[in-house]
Design a protein around this ligand. Structure first.
Ligand code: UTP
Length: 439
């Protein structure tokens, strides 16, 4: 009689993925059990679809650019926006915060390969003077916002199986940075297998499948599958403030942003920053056939990125900085499995270290296979009443992506110092005005 691992192995054979178990008989019992457990998490039907669409199908999807327009947005008051609306939004956001409707959500499940730091990115020391880690910076901001609005703001953190244990250990070691343990929730995102150019699942080791996190877009289904969405509902939370782990200057909790989201009855709101220059490598906020969407720079021809408006200025100027607010029920929908609501996967060609058919470990020096990822901004066309507001880059966006140069620890530290200097100057100005008022 076949046992459950025989049945599993047979299903991989049937799917043309029998190579996953090629070295099975050489493994010790514990490694065999781990490989079986890992293989059980794989949705072979999903892998088949991905391979057919992205590996065997036409490799370059060209986006239809017909009718693409820049998305409208709420400009900052300093840039011509309506200051009364900004202050009404701030009030509405404050009310939602005081009512305990808001949670913070950090996506920290990525591998951070470009930074080349050994550990979860959130444990990277990022501040210029005292070297606080990214997690500590966010924890302090969330705690202060909670104090300001008289509530405990729950914090959901997306990890992956690859970095979850190290992330939890870092929080334990820091005594949760002073936050209550019950308010911090780790959500482990799914992994998808990497494949070669024939669509065969790759082995990282003889007893281990090469698997990678399913992208920040996987955060939505992770929130649903983990039960976090239901837990939010039970706590009366319906506003989820989303940001990335690599951006220390982000306003984790921004009352005006929350207010625009609430007043606009939006399912998904986004911050945009004007592009620094026409060909800046950011996604562009656009509208097409009445739906909002983000078009990646790689999908938009250079001439289009460089187009100017009649009165001057870049036409497609809205750069995406991965700061959003989600409506909880929208997460349930976009992260659920209902037809028409699933986020698409994208293909990324990567150098994937693997064990070849003769059992040798190969460290490729050119891309040899494909990883699959979902992008969170692909939820935008699914959302009702999307709201986009302008943010000042200097107040919200300075990510740590690369070891050096643009978006590096050094550039982010410089941006942080400039921000602190502005805060001090502004505080000085306030005290000067107060003194003058009393004279
Ligand atoms: P990036 O696109 O910068 O990817 O992620 P990365 O994996 O962190 O870094 P590289 O490309 O390997 O250098 C942007 C944000 O999305 C999160 C990351 O943790 C980061 O906050 N992310 C990315 C996830 O949470 N899960 C993923 O599967 C991918």
């Amino acid at each position: 009689m076949l046992n459950s691992s025989d049945i599993l192995i047979e299903s991989f054979n049937q799917a043309g993925q029998g190579q996953v178990f090629q070295f099975f008989d050489e493994l010790d019992a514990a490694t065999q059990a781990k490989l079986v457990a890992q293989a059980e998490t794989i949705d072979l039907a999903e892998v088949k679809e991905l391979v057919e669409e992205h590996v065997k199908g036409s490799q370059h999807h060209t986006l239809n650019l017909d009718g693409l327009e820049p998305a409208p947005y709420e400009a900052l008051a300093a840039n011509g926006g309506d200051s009364a609306q900004w202050s009404a939004a701030k009030d509405a956001g404050s009310v939602a915060l005081q009512a305990g409707r808001v949670a913070a959500f950090t996506v920290a499940g990525g591998q951070g390969t470009r930074l080349g730091y050994d550990g979860p990115k959130g444990t990277y020391p990022v501040t210029p003077v005292t070297g606080k880690t990214l997690f500590q910076v966010f924890a302090e901001k969330i705690a202060r916002s909670g104090e300001r609005y008289g509530v405990t703001i729950p914090w959901f953190i997306l990890t992956s199986e690859i970095n979850n244990d190290a992330t939890v250990a870092a929080f334990e070691a820091a005594d949760f940075f002073g936050l209550s343990r019950e308010s911090v929730h780790f959500i482990v995102q799914g992994l998808v297998p990497a494949v070669d150019y024939e669509g065969k699942i790759l082995l990282a080791e003889k007893g281990k499948i090469a698997m990678t996190p399913d992208g920040h877009g996987g955060s939505l289904r992770a929130l649903v599958r983990s039960g976090a969405v239901d837990a939010m509902k039970a706590q009366g939370i319906d506003i989820v403030s989303y940001f990335q782990v690599d951006n220390p200057i982000v306003q984790c909790i921004d009352p005006a942003f929350i207010g625009f989201h609430v007043l606009g009855q939006s399912e998904l709101s986004s911050k945009m920053v004007p592009k620094a220059y026409a060909l800046e490598k950011v996604g562009h906020f656009c509208v097409q056939n009445g739906s909002a969407l983000v078009v990646e720079y790689s999908d938009m021809p250079d001439e289009m990125q460089e187009e100017t408006k009649a009165g001057g200025g870049i036409r497609f100027n809205g750069g995406s900085v991965a700061i959003h607010i989600f409506d909880r029920d929208f997460i349930a929908r976009a992260g659920g499995s209902g037809e028409g609501s699933k986020l698409p996967f994208h293909r990324a060609d990567k150098k994937i270290p693997h064990v070849n058919a003769t059992g040798e470990t190969i460290q490729p020096d050119a891309p040899n296979g494909v990883k699959f990822e979902m992008f969170v901004f692909d939820a935008l066309p699914l959302a009702k009443n999307p709201v986009i507001i302008e943010a000042a880059r200097a107040d919200d966006f300075s990510p740590v992506k690369n070891a050096e140069g643009v978006d590096s620890p050094q550039s982010s530290k410089e941006d942080q110092l400039r921000m602190f200097a502005r805060w001090l100057k502004a505080a000085g100005e306030v005290s000067r005005q107060m003194i003058l008022a009393f004279q």
